[in-house]
Ligand binder design. Structure first.
Ligand code: HEM
Length: 295
């Protein structure tokens, strides 16, 4: 599911491309701010861990791992705690804002892994890891992406719950109890952090493999020529937005990607006249249907 599609024509080459508005600004804003907060949380978390780098009773004294000082933030235990407990507000705030937006806008359908996605996971895994045939892309996110994104949201929630149990083990003693006690809560917190790092590694590899247009879609919201539209004819799409002008979509962001692009057309399914099914120029932003668009 996505908000809207438009076509853009290169003034220089005349090549017409399709673009889909995939990521609303709230999602992009929360994604990037949360990413920064997460990196600070991890680096400062390692600083805190360096103060007691073990999960045992420290008898005999044996460190679990010597985390390099260069990859820790805060300088010492107190500094690490200050960074950690400051950025947790941004981490939690952007997480709640994102979740609230997804639920109330209905955009969660694009990313939430549901039972109907289960069958689609293996073909994608087969393709990526065992050189299988490429499954046809039908949606913004393939089933494996949905699984990964839904799981990482769950991990984000767990990181906060285990963190609360470690931070306030007396006040939240029931939470620490559910996790097997304070020591186990600490281990879970650590394990969840590694799971998120593991996700991030895979996420970054996939982002690198899927090219520039995929990456910039998380900056501008627009993705050019998404795979699920290949071979489709824009004016015939039935998945297009019902009332594009009202959406106030930031089409300028797309044009900004390449100065030579100008908007050609967008589909308004309410226009039933078959004659309108051509590429009648229309400017979704102006809302006047004139099609007189800027670059
Ligand atoms: C710091 C480097 C990161 C980069 C370059 C990056 C890049 C991207 C890109 C390009 C997408 C869109 C993928 C697509 O349209 O196919 C995306 C989506 C997503 N990323 Fe990241 N990401 C980063 C960090 C993170 C982190 C740290 C997390 C969470 C732990 C995360 C979680 C997500 C989620 C959940 C989505 C789906 C969002 C939605 O549509 O609701 N990303 N990322």
């Amino acid at each position: 599911m996505h908000e809207a599609l438009i076509e853009v024509e290169s003034v220089k080459t005349g090549v017409v491309e399709q673009a889909a508005y995939e990521h609303p600004w709230v999602v992009r804003f929360c994604h990037w701010l949360n990413s920064v907060a997460l990196l600070v949380m991890i680096a400062s978390g390692f600083q805190i861990f360096r103060a007691f780098p073990s999960f045992g009773a420290k008898i005999p004294q044996k460190d679990l791992l010597h985390w390099p000082r260069a990859f820790a933030l805060g300088g010492w235990l107190g500094g690490g705690l200050q960074w950690h407990l400051s950025f947790v507000w941004i981490y939690v705030g952007t997480g709640l804002f994102y979740l609230g937006y997804q639920v109330f806008s209905g955009n969660y359908r694009q990313v939430l892994f549901t039972p109907s996605d289960i069958r689609g996971v293996w073909p994608v895994v087969h393709y990526y890891f065992f050189f299988g045939p490429k499954p046809a892309a039908r949606e913004v996110y393939n089933p494996l992406q949905k699984l990964a994104y839904t799981s990482v949201l769950g991990l984000g929630l767990l990181s906060v719950l285990t963190g609360i149990a470690v931070w306030k083990p007396i006040q939240s003693s029931w939470l620490a109890w559910v996790m097997g006690g304070f020591h186990w809560a600490r281990i879970w917190h650590f394990a969840v952090m590694w799971a998120i790092l593991f996700f991030l590694l895979g996420h970054l590899i996939m982002v690198a493999l899927h090219g520039w247009s995929n990456f910039t879609s998380m900056l501008t919201g627009w993705k050019k020529n998404p795979e699920y539209l290949v071979g489709t004819n824009l004016p015939g799409q039935d998945i297009l937005d019902e009332d594009l002008p009202d959406k106030d979509l930031p089409v300028e962001d797309l044009a900004g990607e390449d100065d030579s692009l100008r908007r050609l057309s967008s589909k308004d399914p309410s226009a039933d006249d078959p004659a309108d099914e051509g590429l009648a120029p229309r400017d979704p932003a102006s809302g006047d249907g004139s099609g007189q668009t800027e670059k």
